[in-house]
Design a protein around this ligand. Structure first.
Ligand code: FAD
Length: 141
């Protein structure tokens, strides 16, 4: 995952502007005006000691800018089945009637909800699918 901590700012350009207009100000305070101070301070701590903005070289500015605009995170894994909230896969939707949820090949056999190959984002879509498909199939049984 790549996270842009300052999506509304071109940090390289901003630092160059600060170098012209406020060269004695500390960079952490200037960035702290756009982010929380503690986060700005912590992020800059990775690049060494805190300095006034006028003291940063172009190479340092590029590295700092990349750190704020392209914070890269590689997830170490998922929480596994124990924490899983929805299952991908299931009964093929092509094998079911889209009106009644009855299996096309087996009369009187219905599949709804989680067991069907329909997967929603987290946020209620899976409940909605389970209830709506159940309601629909129930109306035809
Ligand atoms: C931890 C967790 C959090 C979730 N949070 C959300 C959320 O916030 N929003 C959202 O939309 N979805 C959420 N979901 C997904 C959602 O719960 C499911 O998509 C939904 O409950 C599916 O409903 P269902 O009726 O199809 O299946 P289920 O709710 O799984 O119901 C199947 C039922 O069949 C029973 N059963 C199984 N085998 C047999 C058998 N042989 N004989 C008799 N009974 C049997 C089971 O005991 C179960 O009660 C979450 C799921 C989990 C696990």
């Amino acid at each position: 995952m790549t996270i842009n901590l300052l999506p509304d700012l071109d940090l390289t350009e901003a630092i160059k502007q600060w170098q012209r207009e406020r060269p004695k100000a500390e960079l952490k305070n200037l960035i702290g005006e756009r982010l929380t101070k503690r986060l700005a301070q912590q992020w800059l701590a990775f690049s060494g000691e805190s300095k006034s903005v006028g003291q940063y070289s172009s190479k340092e500015i590029a590295a700092i800018s990349a750190r704020f605009h392209q914070w890269r995170i590689i997830p170490s894994g998922t929480g596994g089945y124990r924490l899983a909230e929805v299952t991908k896969g299931g009964v093929d939707t092509d094998a079911l009637s889209s009106k009644t949820f009855e299996a096309k090949q087996v009369k009187g056999l219905y599949f709804i909800g989680e067991v069907v190959d329909v997967t929603g984002w987290l946020g209620g879509y899976n409940f909605q699918w389970a209830w709506a498909s159940g309601h629909c199939a129930g109306g035809f049984v």
